[in-house]
Design a protein around this ligand. Structure first.
Ligand SMILES: [Zn+2]
Ligand SMILES: [Zn+2]
Length: 234
């Protein structure tokens, strides 16, 4: 009898994707795990960098160094996010993207005032995508497109040159490394959101935003799951 009862409950109550102990209440997580995530409560409105005071751009953005206009990031790239996102990429734990995509959807529904006309996932070079078997930014963009009913196109923005690991380069070498790495195809709408898993220095989003603006886009948002908190990485 008890066995039947437990089975019956499990049909309706999905367990939390993190602790697997309590039932999932919000974005696939239990209330405790959801509350314990490293939420990015106050971020620079332009680059999302975690800050102490809201509404004012960070010192980098006061100098208008980025070509994108706005960043939405619900989380800081700290534990456990800094092990969960590499787990998606390198251990193929793709199911993690499911609840993180729901979490980003809820964040955008709460926070976003200007909706884009098109979602563009940050592309991987075709060789790198073939080696990994998927592009996590593309899968995330598909979840957001379905949830928010905004068109997503992974063919209009392409990576045409392999750039290697950005992490090993300093700021100016990173910028140089990205020059000419991307191309855009066909006409683009005025408002676009670039989708990626994390923003570290903002260099990739900046390079692509410059290209999109040359191609006629007037407003570029960057939507990521998490933003790195270390300002000196810029
Ligand atoms: Zn939990
Ligand atoms: Zn900023």
């Amino acid at each position: 009898m008890i066995f039947n009862k437990v089975n019956y409950r499990s049909l309706f109550n999905q367990s939390c994707a993190l602790c697997r102990l309590q039932s999932a209440e919000i974005s696939g997580l239990c209330e405790d795990c959801h509350a314990d995530l490293p939420w990015l409560l106050l971020g620079c409105p332009i680059c999302g960098l975690p800050r102490l005071s809201p509404d004012h751009p960070c010192t980098h953005c006061q100098q208008k160094i980025f070509k994108f206009d706005q960043t939405e990031a619900p989380l800081e790239y700290r534990f456990p996010i800094n092990s969960l996102i590499p787990g998606i990429k390198y251990q193929r734990r793709i199911q993690t993207l499911g609840w993180l995509g729901e979490l980003l959807t809820h964040h955008l529904q709460d926070r976003c005032e200007t909706w884009p006309d098109l979602l563009l996932p940050v592309p991987m070079h075709p060789i790198d995508e073939a080696l990994r078997g998927f592009n996590q930014a593309g899968l995330l963009a598909e979840i957001l497109s379905r949830n928010l009913q905004i068109c997503c196109d992974s063919a209009q923005l392409r990576k045409i040159r392999r750039t290697g690991k950005q992490m090993t380069l300093n700021a100016s070498a990173r910028q140089q490394n990205l020059k000419g790495a991307f191309s855009i195809q066909g006409p683009l709408p005025h408002r676009v959101a670039l989708i990626d898993d994390i923003m570290t220095t903002g260099g990739t989003a900046d390079e692509i935003a410059g290209l999109l603006k040359l191609g006629g886009v007037s407003h570029v948002q960057v939507w990521v799951l998490a933003r790195t908190p270390e300002p000196d990485l810029d």
